[in-house]
Ligand binder design. Structure first.
Ligand SMILES: Cc1cc2nc3c(=O)[nH]c(=O)nc-3n(C[C@H](O)[C@H](O)[C@H](O)COP(=O)(O)OP(=O)(O)OC[C@H]3O[C@@H](n4cnc5c(N)ncnc54)[C@H](O)[C@@H]3O)c2cc1C
Length: 466
């Protein structure tokens, strides 16, 4: 029986960051990961490979759409999909090896196998060769992440009917890709394949895209993606899917009920969300159970069982890598006896389409539901000189501030590099800044960040450049 201060089950952004922080704090720590590589969903089949393909496909589209020609760069591009996939895989490998390096640097032991709770303070690990190790620790952190949610009637075979992992590794460009689910993953991967030449149809049960996103921002995104050629069938449910060797026939129905229509695709991506992953974890051996959605509950990362902690996608909150990372830090600090807190009001979300969408804090709809009086400041990228000169002037920055105190409550950006720009407003929210604070801060010219300042000025009606 090996003894540790902390055992972490899962080597994704939750687990590996927890392990590194524990190592930094001098705790004896091991991270148990069953995959052959560290990094979890994020590095292996999530954030990183999707961003690799988004980046490459964006450049390809710039070359094929005439965008580069307009800049005076004449090219005749051809697609080498195998090379695009290879560079993605190489980047992923480099990143997962990077986590191995950080483990060595911080004295984290990586135990390669599948962990199972075996009573309080105990974990049994089944190693790749089938042998078993028994481990013991004062504290155990569950960071087992999530998996794609299946859709009844639509069996994922990762041949013709894909989950996100399959859609990141297609051997050919689909002629017609149907994406089921107009959430972040569906829109990002749909964008990749549309840019590479697919006709893309997004089928969504709700009557809007990206539920939870600020309404006006979501509408603008849908309009822009439609202009780019993405088709949307909203308020529509998929009731069945039949795959053959060459394609898929889908049965579609209005969400409210009605006649069935058929839609042919050569590939289908099911992207209706993700669900917590706790299979084979031995929760019953410590008296833990999941809720109806399969989630493990936590109170400041503690489970109801002393010494067992829960972080990341497997528990409540947005399923995002940086949320898992934040929880990892706070959880380990608490284990080490330090004060720590995650501010769930200031966790940004980004959609890496073109233009990007980035948001932090409350939406207008949330503020209305709370009955909180607020002011809106908006600034379009058409009035931002850097965006204009780069021919990427679609979108806006919208700042929502408390009507009485001027405190910034929410920020919604759709536009170029929105994912990078939102960081400034994350800082603003954490420091309880007012819109006036941002309006009075010098921003570099010419940058897109000037739109952030102008939107803050606009809260008080004095945006100077629009
Ligand atoms: C296509 C796609 C794109 C995404 N893009 C983004 C993005 O741009 N930005 C963002 O913030 N988020 C993104 N996400 C979400 C992000 O990947 C997750 O929120 C994040 O990975 C969650 O981290 P985690 O550590 O909780 O879980 P995971 O990353 O899922 O890691 C859990 C790990 O635990 C391991 N494990 C599970 N059970 C056991 C066990 N019993 N024993 C040993 N090991 C076990 C699993 O093998 C896995 O490696 C994306 C997801 C997908 C699918």
């Amino acid at each position: 029986m090996s003894n540790y201060d902390v055992l972490i089950i899962g080597g994704g952004p939750g687990g590996y960051n927890a392990a590194i922080r524990a190592g930094q704090l001098g705790l004896k720590v091991a991270c148990i990961e069953g995959r052959e590589t560290l990094g979890g969903t994020c590095l292996n089949v999530g954030c990183m490979p999707s961003k690799a393909l988004l980046h490459a496909s964006e450049l390809y589209e710039a070359a094929t759409s005439g965008e580069l020609n307009n800049l005076g760069i004449e090219v005749k591009p051809t697609l080498n999909l195998a090379q695009m996939m290879k560079q993605k895989d190489e980047s992923v490998t480099a990143l997962t090896k990077g986590i191995e390096f950080l483990f060595r640097k911080n004295k984290v032991e990586w135990i390669k196998g599948w962990g199972r709770l075996n009573g309080p303070g105990k974990v049994t690990v089944t190693l790749a060769d089938g042998s078993v190790r028994e481990l013991q620790a004062k504290d155990i952190v569950i960071a087992t992440g999530s998996e794609p949610t299946p859709l009844p009637g639509v069996t994922i075979d990762n041949q013709r009917i894909l989950d996100s992992t399959g859609a990141l590794a297609l051997p050919q460009v689909p002629k017609h890709l149907v994406v089921i689910g107009a959430g972040v993953i569906g829109l990002e991967l749909g964008s990749v394949w549309r840019r590479l030449g697919s006709e893309v149809t997004v089928v969504e049960y709700l009557d809007r895209i990206c539920p939870g996103l600020d309404n006006e921002t979501a509408k603008t995104l849908q309009r822009t993606l439609s202009k780019q050629g993405m088709n949307f069938k909203l308020a529509t449910k998929v009731s069945a899917a039949k795959a053959t060797a060459n394609g898929v026939t889908l049965d579609l129905q209005p969400a409210a009920g009605g006649a069935v229509e058929q839609l042919q695709a050569d590939y289908v991506l099911v992207a209706i969300g993700r669900r917590p992953y706790t299979a084979g974890l031995g929760l019953e051996t410590v008296g833990l159970a999941t809720d109806k959605r399969g989630m493990l509950e936590n109170q400041q990362h503690r489970s109801s069982v002393p010494g067992i902690w829960i972080i990341g996608d497997v528990t409540s909150g947005p399923m995002l890598a940086h949320k898992a990372e934040d929880e990892a830090i706070a959880c380990i600090e608490r284990i080490a006896g330090h004060a720590a807190e995650v501010n769930y009001e200031a966790i940004p979300g980004v959609i890496y389409t073109k233009p990007e969408v980035a948001t932090v804090g409350k939406t207008e709809e949330q503020l209305k539901a709370e009955g909180r009086a607020y002011k809106v400041g908006k600034f379009p990228f058409t009035a931002n000189s850097r965006a204009k000169i780069n021919h990427e002037a679609e979108g806006f920055v919208k700042v929502l501030a408390d009507e009485r105190t001027d405190q910034i409550l929410g920020v919604h950006i759709i536009g170029p590099s929105a994912g990078e720009l939102i960081g400034e407003y994350c800082v603003a929210l954490e420091f309880s800044a007012s819109a006036e604070d941002i309006a009075l801060i010098c921003h570099p010219h010419p940058t897109r960040s000037e739109a952030l300042r102008q939107a803050a000025m606009s809260v008080h009606g004095w945006a100077m450049q629009a």
